[in-house]
Design a protein. Structure first.
Length: 161
């Protein structure tokens, strides 16, 4: 059987010159068909990993700055700077919290919308009641996909009293 490059028919058949097959075509071997599908599978797999990587690129919300100031009534006001690669309503930094050493949430600032074009961004929270026994608090942020887990920052309240 002699095959010529110009004699290939459809993707599933190969033309045969010696005429032994009806209509001059023979089924293409299964291995050839499987290898023809391999690039389609690899492209699909690559697209899936790329989509997962794009979601992961935004990462977790990080605290990159925090300041505290004690008010005249004994409560605290916090100015917190958050960095997160907000992508829109499906993935954005949506909250930051002031946490006591024992894990108690002392205050939290809900971030009501994405900050796609404002990075990093700073928001404040006033009226946070903190007992004088608490000397250090931790500030942490959350995003709508990963939750908590980004960079946190400690604020030494004793140094500010």
């Amino acid at each position: 059987m002699t095959r010529f490059p110009s004699d290939f028919g459809s993707a599933r058949q190969t033309r045969v010159r010696d005429g032994r097959h009806a209509h001059g075509f023979a089924p293409r071997p299964a291995a050839v068909t499987q290898f023809a599908l391999a690039p389609v599978f690899l492209v699909s797999l690559f697209a899936l990993f790329l989509a997962m990587a794009v979601t992961a690129l935004a990462g977790e919300a990080d605290i990159v700055g925090a300041e505290a100031e004690r008010s005249g009534d004994g409560t605290w006001r916090f100015e917190v700077t958050v960095r997160h690669a907000d992508e829109g309503w499906d993935h954005y930094a949506d909250l930051w919290q002031v946490i006591a050493p024992d894990g108690t949430v002392l205050g939290e600032r809900v971030l009501a919308h994405p900050h796609v074009n404002e990075q990093p961004f700073t928001r404040s929270l006033a009226g946070v009641a903190i007992d004088d026994e608490i000397g250090v608090v931790t500030i942490r942020a959350r995003d709508s996909v990963h939750g908590f887990g980004g960079a946190e920052m400690e604020v030494d309240l004793d140094a500010l009293r």
